[in-house]
Design a protein around this ligand. Structure first.
Ligand SMILES: Cc1cc2nc3c(=O)[nH]c(=O)nc-3n(C[C@H](O)[C@H](O)[C@H](O)COP(=O)(O)O)c2cc1C
Length: 264
């Protein structure tokens, strides 16, 4: 059975599907695309998505699952730039709980991020239980203390009860991957970056939990047990989420841009 099917009446033999395929699954024959190496297909869905006539279908990425992009207006460069530059790491959160619908919405967008060879392979554990989050912060602090690490982060927590690890966020989203999945970390970074950029559109703020990750991403981390992570999975990324207490009337600024064009 073929992987792809082409509606011959709709197909205009433009060859777009053949050209965009990263794995040479097709050649362009007289009657349109012909599948020659279906075993190479990495299920990226490009052949279906690029077809201007909706003539191509693929069992791995059905046309019926692909939403039309035509109805959505494109952001202007200014709008897109401002959107990207308005994201801030949020470290002060309201106590308002975040609905589970919104949390699912976040990870749903996160899972559309690109991944090496389209292997994807990331799943998410969402923690919105205050007690569990407090226990996690305590465990992380204890682990750092055992190893004599990051005392500057632990001190305000021990002395004043300030949560320097998860910033008092009401939710934590973990990316997890199979223990032996080599692309787990990089795919998680892309995925959680999508999540971070999307969060403000739901009125939410987020912050990468890098300090927390130093303990959470270890093999045999006590957090694996605390969060009930399956034995064959590892934690590959973590982001705090909640409603921001403050809004930022100014866009992000950075060190001066450095770049070169490299010519011969
Ligand atoms: C990989 C990574 C790890 C981070 N870890 C933490 C963290 O543990 N705690 C924290 O408060 N901020 C953390 N941040 C946020 C950075 O401090 C922040 O991105 C930087 O200061 C710039 O601020 P902005 O994101 O608001 O533009 C992390 C960011 C990244 C990309």
């Amino acid at each position: 059975m073929n992987l792809t099917s082409v509606n011959k009446e709709k197909c205009i033999r433009c060859g777009f599907c053949v050209n965009v395929c990263p794995e040479q699954v097709f050649i362009l024959g007289e009657d349109g695309p012909e599948e020659v190496c279906p075993e190479n297909c990495l299920a990226c869905g490009h052949c279906v998505a690029v077809c201007p006539k909706e003539a191509m279908d693929n069992i791995k990425t059905p046309l019926a699952n692909q939403v039309s992009a035509k109805k959505f207006p494109k952001l202007s460069p200014e709008e897109a730039g401002n959107f990207l530059r308005s994201r801030r790491s949020i470290r002060s959160y309201k106590e308002t709980p975040v609905s589970r619908e919104k949390l699912i919405d976040l990870v749903n967008i996160a899972h559309f991020s690109p991944s090496g060879h389209n292997l994807q392979g990331i799943s998410y554990s969402i923690i919105d239980d205050r007690k569990l989050l407090d226990q996690a912060v305590k465990l992380v602090a204890e682990e750092f203390e055992k190893d004599n690490l990051l005392s500057e982060f632990i001190k305000p927590y021990r002395e004043k009860g300030i949560d320097t690890i998860l910033r008092g966020a009401p939710c934590l989203i973990l990316a997890t991957a199979d223990i032996n999945f080599l692309r787990g970390r990089e795919n998680s970074i892309f995925s959680l970056t999508y999540l971070e950029l999307y969060a403000p559109t739901l009125g939410l703020g987020s912050c990468w939990a890098g300090v927390f990750e130093r303990i959470a991403c270890r093999d045999n981390s006590p957090l694996l047990t605390l969060f009930n992570i399956p034995k064959d999975k590892k934690i590959t990324g973590a982001v705090m989420v909640g409603y921001p207490k403050y809004t930022y009337p100014r866009l992000v600024d950075r060190n001066p841009l450095e770049f070169t064009f490299v010519d011969r």
